[in-house]
Design a protein around this ligand. Structure first.
Ligand code: PA5
Length: 424
C-alpha cells in the first residue's frame, strides 16, 4: 500500500505534526490514554480466540448448507464492518446462495414489512448482533424475524438457525440466547462496536458470504506489523494521521473519502462511522463524508471543484482490476470512441481518477492518494487495520477519547421518553 501526500501538503507542514503524532502513537500503543480499556483491536489480528474462530467457520458452513438467506440483524458497529467486507468482495450480480440481508439498522416500517413478505415461507438463518443487547432497532427486528422464522420452520428448527453475537456473559441478548439455546459468539469486552469487524461480529456473516477469513486476518496481521512501528517515515498510518491533523489546522472541516469502485460504498460507510464516532467530540474532528466516482463527478463533483474551501480528499485506488473488459472497436465509430478501442476499462477509470485529482488540486482541494494492489480479502484486512490505527492516533492527538460515543445517547433518551419506556 502506498500513501502519496505530495498533492496535499508540504514536507514542512507534515514535519510540523510529527512530534504530536508520535506522542499520540505512544499513548495508543502504551495503552495509557482515555478509553484504554477498549484497545483489544490492536492485538486482535494475532491474538484471537482460535476455538471460536473455528466455530464461526463451522457455523457458517452449516448456514450455507441449510439456509436460503442469512439475515444479519445489527446497527452501527454491529453490522457496518460485515456489510463493508461482504459488498466489497462479493459479485454484484448473480450471487451464490445464501443471500445475505441486513435488518435492524433503521426503524422503517415499510422496509420491515417488505422484508417479512420476502422471507415468508423461506428457510433463513438469523445472526443477531448486539453488544449491549438492548439496542432498540435490532431488538425490534429480531422479535419480528424470530417469530416469522418459527412460523416458517417451527420453533425447534428455528433454534438451530439463530445465532447470537453478544457480550460474553451479560446483557439481555445473552440471557435470551442462553434461555432459548441459540449458539452464541462473543463481542469482546475490550473492543468497541466500530472496531469489531475482525471479531465474530464481522466474521460470521463474512464467512457465510464465502469470503476467505484467513486472508482477511492475514492482511490485518501484515498491516499491524507495519503500523505498530514508532518510525514516522516507515509507518503510513502516522503520516496519514499527521496529514489529517495538518488539514484541520489549515481550517479544513471535512474529509471526503473517494473511491472509484461501487463495491466500496459500504466500506466508505464503515470508515465514516469509524472516523465520525471516534473523533467528533468536544467540538473537534473532521466531518467524514464520501463519494463514489465517477458517478458523483456528475453530481457532487461541481461542489468539490468550486464550492467553499472546507474540504480535502482521500482517494483510494487499486492498481489492478480484479476483472477487466476492453472497449470494443466499432466500424461506424458514430460515438467517436474508437480512440479507446482495445483499452482496458480499468485504464479508462484510472485516467478519470488522475484527471479528477489534477483538476481538484488545481481548484485548491488538497488530495491524499492511497494506492493498494487489488480489491481482495487480504488488502481489505490491511485497509481495515490501517484506518483503525490512523483514527486512534488522530483521536489522541486531538486530545479526545476516540473509543467512546457519549453523543449517541442523546437521541435515545428523547426517543425512549416519547415512546413511554419505563424510567424515561
Ligand atoms: O460503534 C459502536 O459502538 C456503535 O455503533 C454500536 O455498535 C451500535 O450502537 C450498536 O450497539 P450494540 O452492539 O450494543 O447493539
Amino acid at each position: 500500500m502506498k500513501l502519496d501526500l505530495t498533492e496535499a501538503l508540504s514536507q514542512e507542514q507534515l514535519e510540523a505534526q510529527k512530534q504530536r503524532v508520535l506522542d499520540a502513537f505512544e499513548t495508543l500503543v502504551g495503552r495509557n490514554g482515555a478509553g484504554n480499556d477498549f484497545l483489544g483491536w490492536i492485538d486482535l489480528p494475532e491474538n484471537y480466540d482460535r476455538e471460536e474462530y473455528d466455530r464461526i467457520l463451522k457455523a457458517a458452513a452449516r448456514i450455507r448448507e441449510t439456509a436460503e438467506a442469512l439475515v444479519v440483524v445489527g446497527i452501527g458497529g454491529s453490522y457496518l464492518g460485515a456489510r463493508a467486507v461482504i459488498e466489497a468482495l462479493s459479485p454484484s450480480y448473480d450471487r451464490q446462495t445464501p443471500e445475505i440481508l441486513f435488518a435492524g439498522n433503521q426503524l422503517s416500517a415499510q422496509e420491515m414489512a417488505e422484508l417479512l413478505d420476502y422471507l415468508k415461507g423461506k428457510t433463513f438463518a438469523i445472526n443477531v448482533i448486539s453488544k449491549s443487547g438492548t439496542t432498540t432497532e435490532p431488538a425490534i427486528a429480531f422479535r419480528l424475524l424470530k417469530s416469522l422464522l418459527e412460523e416458517n420452520v417451527g420453533a425447534e428448527k428455528a433454534r438451530e438457525l439463530i445465532f447470537a453475537t453478544t457480550d460474553r456473559q451479560k446483557g439481555a441478548l445473552k440471557t435470551l440466547a442462553d434461555d432459548a439455546g441459540y449458539e452464541t459468539f462473543v463481542v469482546p469486552d475490550d473492543i468497541g462496536g466500530r472496531f469489531t469487524v475482525l471479531t465474530a461480529v464481522g466474521l460470521l456473516p463474512i464467512a457465510v458470504a464465502g469470503i476467505d477469513c484467513d486472508a482477511l486476518m492475514a492482511g490485518a496481521q501484515t498491516m499491524r506489523q507495519t503500523t505498530l512501528q514508532a518510525d514516522f517515515d516507515q509507518n503510513p498510518a502516522l503520516s496519514y494521521a499527521a496529514a489529517r491533523l495538518a488539514m484541520m489546522e489549515n481550517d479544513k472541516k471535512t474529509e471526503i473519502f473517494v473511491a472509484y469502485e461501487p463495491k466500496l460504498h459500504y466500506f466508505q460507510e464503515w470508515w465514516k462511522q469509524l472516523a465520525g464516532e471516534s473523533e467528533g467530540k468536544e467540538g473537534k474532528g473532521l466531518y467524514p463524508t464520501s463519494v463514489g466516482n465517477t458517478t458523483d463527478l456528475h453530481s457532487l463533483g461541481q461542489w468539490i471543484q468550486e464550492g467553499p474551501s472546507i474540504h480535502f480528499e482521500t482517494v483510494l485506488w487499486f492498481d489492478e482490476a480484479v476483472r477487466d473488459v476492453a472497449v470494443p472497436e466499432d466500424a461506424d465509430n458514430l460515438d467517436g470512441l474508437n480512440y479507446l478501442a482495445g483499452k482496458p476499462l480499468h485504464f479508462v477509470n484510472e485516467q478519470a481518477m488522475r484527471g479528477t485529482r489534477q483538476a481538484h488540486v488545481e481548484g485548491g482541494v488538497p488530495n491524499i492518494l492511497l494506492t493498494a494492489k487489488r480489491l481482495d480479502a487480504e488488502t481489505l484486512g490491511e485497509l481495515i487495520y490501517f484506518f483503525e490505527v490512523t483514527i486512534g492516533v488522530t483521536g489522541y492527538a486531538l486530545g479526545i477519547n476516540p473509543f467512546n460515543q457519549p453523543g449517541v445517547e442523546f437521541y435515545k433518551k428523547n426517543m425512549f421518553h416519547l415512546l413511554g419506556k419505563p424510567g424515561f
